[in-house]
Write a protein that binds this ligand. Structure first.
Ligand code: NAD
Length: 366
């Protein structure tokens, strides 16, 4: 029977990379029944909201979606559709595998790590107070009284909730993922030496949860700043990383850089029984509509989708097709060429077509 999947093209470069991924997913021979739904700018035009209730309802029903990136205007306008989706569907875990690709220029050849980011709380919880607002001034006055700490009266304030519940849930998720995927080590990342209560709680939880995995996994913890340096110097020392939301967002991009950039970094947002697959990169508006950007990250997010659906053989074939095309380095987009102005670079559609074509010649189960 066909897999029912909600298909959200997104905006900016979203539709181009989402359709490229859809084309490659269909080329695996797996049957899909797509339910296409808008989000972002297209949805604002048609429904006056960036995240129409029907889009959410569709994901609630199909339990699985693949989504192109969506633009979040900075400072003004609507809050992030991505954050809203994660909250509404309780997609508490963000999974971002980073593996080196032959043929892709990068500082390292043998990176193989997985970033697991907590998706629901931390400074990304959206609890913010604008500068000079009446409520903010009241809050500042109260905080000064409670803490005896100086805070400028014209400060804006963001709240960083880190709970034992969400920390334990994400650390267990990372450990269970590590065990299920034959990985050996989970490193919990924090800044507990400075943020003793919030990051301290995350660190303590990692140590406590880690005890339950003793003998099966190494569970360690490290400071976020030291980890950034170590990742750049020796990424081979890491296996699965588990982080609160903000550090997770930043280190995902850092790790994408270790394997050749955002163009090749896939991702998944997972909750209990619901999953939304999307690239790490955003909507890169300056490239929208040019058939120029790299579809690899979205196509590899499609590989994660296939694995989630239990289509392991098709997932392996699609990943192999992507790796083959990257290794050959011919039918690839500008960002993967040694010279970004190389006239031999192909477009988004053409790269997806090359991967789909490769799949047609690879029908042998792995
Ligand atoms: P971005 O990832 O969209 O783009 C940054 C740069 O990375 C681009 O200018 C481009 O040079 C490169 N890049 C990104 N994707 C690429 C691809 N597929 N192929 C080749 N090069 C690629 O980041 P940004 O400019 O900070 O964000 C643009 C918008 O996207 C913002 O509104 C942001 O909020 C949003 N965003 C959305 C998501 C999402 O929907 N999940 C994720 C991140 C950012």
């Amino acid at each position: 029977m066909a897999h029912r999947v909600t298909f959200i093209p997104g905006d900016g470069i979203g539709p181009e990379v989402a359709w490229a991924a859809r084309r490659c997913l269909e080329a695996t021979g797996v049957a899909f029944a797509w339910d296409e739904r808008p989000a972002g700018e297209a949805a604002i035009k048609a429904f006056n909201t960036p995240l129409p209730p029907d889009t959410l309802a569709s994901i609630r029903e199909t339990r699985v979606a693949i989504k192109g990136p969506v633009t979040t205007p900075i400072g003004t306008g609507f809050r992030s559709v991505n954050v809203a989706l994660r909250k509404a569907l309780n997609l508490y875990a963000c999974l971002r595998p980073c593996r080196s690709f032959e043929g892709v220029r990068s500082p390292w050849r043998d990176v193989d790590l997985v970033v697991v980011r907590e998706n629901t709380e931390d400074l990304y919880a959206g609890i913010e107070f604008p500068a000079k607002d009446e409520q903010t001034l009241t809050l500042i006055k109260q905080l000064k009284e409670w803490t005896q700490q100086p805070i400028q009266d014209d400060a804006a304030i963001s709240i960083k909730p880190i709970s034992r519940t969400a920390s334990e849930r994400i650390i267990r998720f990372a450990c269970d993922y590590a065990l299920a995927h034959g990985r050996k080590k989970v490193t919990a990342i924090h800044k507990a030496n400075i943020m003793k209560y919030t990051d301290g709680l995350f660190m303590e939880t990692a140590r406590r949860v880690g005890e339950a995995y003793r003998g099966r996994l190494t569970v360690e913890d490290r400071l976020v700043d030291a980890t950034c340096m170590q990742l750049v110097l020796k990424p081979q020392d890491f296996d699965v990383l588990v982080l609160p939301n903000l550090y997770g967002d930043i280190l995902s991009d850092l790790c994408a850089g270790l394997i050749g950039g955002l163009g090749v970094a896939p991702g998944a947002n997972l909750g209990d029984g619901v999953a939304v697959f999307e690239a790490v990169h955003g909507s890169a508006p300056k490239y929208a509509g040019q058939n120029k950007v790299n579809p690899t990250a979205m196509i590899l997010s499609g590989v994660l989708l296939l694995e989630h659906l239990g289509e392991r053989e098709a997932a392996a074939r699609l990943e192999r097709a992507v790796r083959d095309v990257l290794r050959e380095g011919r039918a690839v987009t500008y960002d993967l060429k040694a010279d970004r102005n190389d006239p031999a670079a192909v477009g988004t559609k053409e790269m997806a077509a090359a991967i789909a074509e490769r799949l047609r010649h690879d029908k042998v189960p792995v």
